[in-house]
Every structure is written in C-alpha cells, then in structure tokens.
Design a protein around this ligand. Sequence first.
Ligand code: CA
Length: 373
Amino acid sequence: MVILIGLADSARLLHTLRVEEVAQAQPTSGTGWPQSGVFIINYRNSLRTMAQKLLVIDTDCGIDDAQAIMMALATPSVRVLGITCCFGNASVENVCQNVLRVLSVCGRTKIPVFQGAASALVRTPDLPINHFGTDGLGDVLKEEEDPELWRSQIQPEHAVNALIRMVSENKGQVSLVAIGPLTNLALAVRLDPELPKKLKNLYIMGGNMEGKGNLTVCGEFNFVMDPESAYIVLEEFICPTYIASWEFTCRNKLSWDFFDTLVSQDTPAARFMRKITSKCWIFSRDCVTCKDVLFGPGFVSYDSYAMAAAIDNTVVTEYVECAVRVELQGALCRGMMVLDETNILQKKHRVFIMKECDLNKFNKLLTAALKLP
Ligand SMILES: [Ca+2]
C-alpha cells in the first residue's frame, strides 16, 4: 500500500490517491516509487493525475490508429483504461499484435489489450483490404519478433466483456473512442443494453456526411466493413456522440511537408512511424487515391481526428447536430451514413458530426504523439 501526501505550492492541502491513480505519475526525485510507505509529491502533479479523462479505445489498429493511440498516450490529462481490438485493417490477431507493438514503442505495456470481434455481425464484405499493407502496419515488422509472443501479452478476458466492465466500473466517466468497425460496440450493447447510459460520451471515426465513399461509392471503410453494427451503434448508443466522417478528415488533410517533419523527429515513436510508413503505398507522393481525387493530395491521419476531439473538445470548432441512420440495403449505398437534417425520421437521439477543425491544435497533438516515450 502506498499513501501519497500532496503539498500545494501555496496552500497546505492534503489528500490521498489510490495507487492506480498515480500509475502514470512520476516521482519528483529518487529512482522510483517505493513498494510501501508515506511520502510527499507535488500537489500540482497529483491534481493533474486526478483530473485525467478516462478513455477506452476500440481499434482495428492500422497506421492511423497507431497515430491516434500515441496521441492519447502522449496526453498527460488522459488515462487509457484499456484497448479493445476488432478486425478491420487486418485480422483481429494482427490488430492485437499491432496495438501491443505501439504500446511497447511508447513504453506503456501496462495498458491492458483485449481481443475482440474477428468478423462482422452478419457478413464481412469481400473487398480488398490493403490500405496499410496486409498486417495493418505497412508489412515491415513481421520478421523482427516471435510471431506467437503476443498471445502471452493479450488479456484473457474478451474485448466485449472488458469494454462493459471498464465502463461499468467508471460510470459516467469514460469516453469511448471507436476507430474501427463498430462490431465490439454492437455486441456490447446486446450484452448490456444499459451500457450507453453508463458512458460519458462516444467518439467515432467513420461514416460519411456528403455521400462520398472510399471503400465503396457511398461508403466509408469502418461502416462498410460492418454496416449492421454501425446501424446498431447509431440507433442505440444514446450517449453524447461525436463523429469524424471520412469527408471531414479529408477536408482537414495536412501537407506532406508537415508529415515529413512529423516523422523526422528523433524519438522512438517517430522512428517507428517512419518505418511503418516507409513502404506503404498510400504514403507515396505518387499515389493517387479517391481521397486525392475528391479533396486534393495530402496526409490524412483519419482516426486521429476522433481521438483529438476526445482529448481536447476545443479541437473541433463546429458541428452539425442531427439524427443519422446507416443504410443497410442497396447495391451502391449499403453502409452509407445518412444525415437527417430535416428530422424526417423523427428520431429523438441526435449526434454531433464534426465540421470545422482547429488545425493548429490538431498539429500540436500529432507532433506531441511522436515525441514518445
Ligand atoms: Ca482504424
């Protein structure tokens, strides 16, 4: 048992913290925390720890997920309770490995990682998934480690159970940041219909707001990979919900010069990012995707916009507030998010769709993320 006594600079304030609350704090002197005893820390550090936002991240860890996760890890005001994995950019097994790799590079391996859904609720689309290579992180890391090592590092609890537990243990305090297909969230609300009421809020990267698609004509990747789950989440997660659509992220693209500066930092996280983007085709300046055709060339860290908004609610400066629904039928529009701006659907629950971004603040968060550990 460790008891911490905090001293304010100008006032004689005392309080104690639970051990978990100081897991990420640093001792003010010496070589580390003692196993037991009573000692003094700076009150400002403890106050910062106490005010931390609690995050659970649900991810299909590709390269942009890695950037988003690092962004959370680099923010002192945020505590990541756990990371739940879903299929998407790669198999769920690959996704688990990728998350563990990111945490290892950032020196944060104590954050628990859980394996979740391996496929969509009804039907996983038979579409080419190679945006970030076959393994989600640019196909450059496979030879470097024991391919089975990750199995001993993943938590035994299923991601869906872990998601429900972490939120239930911290009712009203958890921001859930969902940056992959929404299968784990849909399964979770089936197991615990009260889950949305226990969340503080939900941030999603996914869907579209102008009918423009990437994986299909009208569909964005995360929603198209499991339209039924996206439908369930947008109908049943009645907590405050903030959505970074594909078009929003593309309209707020950054320059390739910024990207070069970003990954040129002399840190383990930046070196890792430089490596996993080095052979990935979409990071080639010559590559032209539908993003470049529709919005012009540039670097887009898709998932990082949802994460940035969750971390700092001043990053997104304007939202469209309206009801939404995911199209489940149709040969062209399956998986498309439809905005009901005139309230024809008569839905009670409305979501906030990101519209304008403070790119200066966003750039700073991305840059800080690659200064880790
Ligand atoms: Ca993702």
